[in-house]
Write a protein that binds this ligand. Structure first.
Ligand code: GLC
Length: 447
C-alpha cells in the first residue's frame, strides 16, 4: 500500500517538475525570461533573480545569462532598473512603457537598451551565491562570478550612497513598485496624505487580468503620478529625495539587502576580493542592526515600515514583516514571537483551510483574498519565509509553508498569486498564468 502511495506521489512530483521546466522554457526569450508572456513581456529585476535559481536546475548556462542581461543594462552609477524593455515597441505591449517612464535619457542610463528609472528588491547577491554553490566547475566560470559580484556590489554602493540620507544603514524606496509589493496596504496611510491628478490612460494589465484582482484605477493615479514627478526631476536622486511624497524604509527590501550583502561577503572571500568582503560585512551588520532598532514593531511582534517623508512608523501585519528571518538578523526571542504570530489567527485563521502565507493578515480590515498584494499568497515570499523559519530551526512551520505552496500550484496551476482561503469550487489562482517565478520556486522546493 505504502509503495503505491509513494509511486503516485513521485509521479505527481515528476509531473510538477516537468511543468515547471516547461514554463521556464516557454517564457525564455533570447537571453532572459519574461515573468509572464502577455502581462509582463519584458525583463523584471527581482523576477529574474528567482528565475535564475529555477534555471539552475534545468540549464546553468541560462541561469548565468539571465543575470548577465541584467548587468548589461546596469546604469553607470551602479543603479539596476526594475524593467529592461528589450524591445523598441514597448509602448504597444505594456503600460507604462519606456517613453511614459522617461528614464532612458538619463546620462547614466545605458544607450543600447531602454530601462525604467526605479529599482526592485536586491535579491541578486543571495541568488548569485545560490548558483555559485551549485556550480560544478567554478574555475571555468570564475570570471563570470567576479564580474557578477562586482556588479552587485556597485548596485549596493549606489543604494547606500543615494538612498540613506541620514546614514542610518537603512535604504529607502521612492516608488511603491520598488518594493515589489505594488499595492500593499502598507502604503495606504501615505496615499491619504495627498491627492494625485487623475490619469485617463489605457491600462494594459486589465486587458489580461480581471480588474478585481489588480490595483484599482485610483491606485494607478498614485503610481503614475510618482513616475511623472520622477520624470520632472529628470530622475535626479537629490531632487527626487526633496520632492517625492513617497520615501519608505521597507523591511523586505532592507532584509534582502542584508542577505545579499552577506552572500557577497562570503563569495568575495573565495574569489579573493577582500575590499568587497570587508565592505559588505560592514553594510550587513549596520543594516541588520538598523532593521532591528527602527523597523521592529514590539506591539505587533513583527517588523513594519518607516515612512521617511512623514517621519512616522507604519504598523501593519504583512507577510513581508517576517522577512528579517531570511536575513538571519532576528534574535531567538523575537524569532519565537514571529513564529507565534504566523501561527495565530492573523495569518492562519481559526480554521485550518487557510494556506500560508497571506500577504496581508486575514484579520486586517483591508484584507482582500483576491487583490494582488492585499491578501493573496505569493510564492517568492513563501520561499523566503520557508527558508527563514527553517534556518531558525522552526521546521514544522517551514514545512507547512512549503507544502501549502506546492499544494496551491498543484491544485490551481502556475499562477502569479493565490487565494489563501481555498474555495474547492473554483480556481484559486489569479493574475498571470504560467508565471515564471512560481515555476522557479517549485523547482527549488521539489528538488
Ligand atoms: C508585479 C509584481 C512585481 C513583479 C512584476 C513582474 O508588478 O508586483 O513584484 O516584479 O509584477 O512579475
Amino acid at each position: 500500500m505504502n509503495q503505491i502511495i509513494n509511486i503516485q506521489k513521485s509521479s505527481v512530483i515528476e509531473d510538477l517538475l516537468k511543468k515547471s521546466e516547461d514554463v521556464l522554457k516557454q517564457n525564455w526569450r533570447n537571453g532572459f525570461t519574461v515573468p509572464s508572456s502577455n502581462l509582463y513581456p519584458f525583463q523584471w529585476l527581482w523576477d529574474s533573480g528567482f528565475i535564475a535559481m529555477g534555471w539552475s536546475f534545468v540549464d546553468m548556462e541560462k541561469a548565468r545569462q539571465e543575470l548577465n542581461t541584467l548587468f548589461d543594462a546596469q546604469w553607470s552609477n551602479g543603479f539596476l532598473p526594475h524593467i529592461i524593455f528589450h524591445d523598441d515597441n514597448a509602448e504597444k505591449q505594456y503600460f507604462p512603457g519606456a517613453d511614459f517612464q522617461g528614464a532612458y535619457t538619463h546620462p547614466f542610463a545605458p544607450k543600447h537598451v531602454k530601462t525604467s528609472g526605479i529599482t526592485q528588491p536586491p535579491v541578486l547577491g543571495f541568488v548569485l551565491e545560490y548558483l555559485f554553490e551549485k556550480e560544478e566547475k567554478i574555475t571555468q566560470y570564475r570570471d563570470f562570478y567576479i564580474n557578477a559580484v562586482e556588479a552587485i556590489y556597485k548596485f549596493h554602493q549606489y543604494l547606500y550612497q543615494n538612498r540613506d540620507p541620514h546614514n542610518e544603514g537603512l535604504v529607502y524606496i521612492r516608488h511603491n513598485w520598488e518594493s515589489g509589493t505594488d499595492n500593499s496596504a502598507a502604503w495606504d496611510s501615505i496615499w491619504q496624505t495627498y491627492t494625485p491628478p487623475t490619469y485617463d490612460v489605457q491600462r494594459k494589465d486589465t486587458a489580461h487580468v480581471n480588474q478585481a484582482q489588480r490595483p484599482t484605477k485610483k491606485d494607478y493615479n498614485y503610481y503614475l503620478h510618482l513616475i511623472e514627478q520622477s520624470k520632472n526631476c529628470a530622475y535626479d536622486e537629490q531632487k527626487m529625495y526633496e520632492t517625492l511624497p513617497f520615501l519608505v524604509q521597507d523591511p523586505l527590501f532592507n532584509s534582502l539587502l542584508v542577505a545579499s550583502n552577506k552572500s557577497l561577503a562570503r563569495m568575495a572571500v573565495e574569489l579573493n576580493l577582500p575590499h568587497i568582503a570587508e565592505q559588505c560585512s560592514i553594510w550587513s551588520d549596520k543594516t541588520g542592526q538598523a532593521i532591528n532598532t527602527k523597523l521592529y514593531d514590539d506591539e505587533l511582534g513583527l517588523y513594519g515600515y518607516y515612512d521617511l517623508k512623514n517621519e512616522r512608523f507604519i504598523s501593519i501585519a504583512t507577510a513581508m514583516g517576517f522577512s528579517p528571518l531570511f536575513a538571519g538578523i532576528v534574535s531567538q526571542q523575537r524569532a519565537i514571537r514571529l513564529l507565534k504570530i504566523i501561527e495565530s489567527d492573523a495569518f492562519m485563521g481559526s480554521e485550518s483551510s487557510v494556506c500560508l502565507c497571506p500577504s496581508l493578515a486575514i484579520n486586517h480590515q483591508e484584507f482582500d483574498p483576491k487583490r494582488y498584494w492585499r491578501g493573496p499568497v505569493w510564492l517568492n515570499i513563501n520561499w523566503l519565509l520557508y527558508k527563514g523559519f527553517d534556518s531558525y530551526g522552526f521546521k514544522g512551520i517551514a514545512r507547512t509553508i512549503k507544502n501549502d505552496s506546492i499544494r496551491l500550484v498543484e491544485e490551481n496551476g502556475f499562477f502569479e498569486y493565490f487565494n489563501p482561503i481555498s474555495d474547492t469550487n473554483e480556481v484559486n489562482g489569479y493574475g498571470g498564468q504560467n508565471f515564471s517565478w512560481t515555476a522557479a520556486i517549485i523547482l527549488d522546493m521539489l528538488n
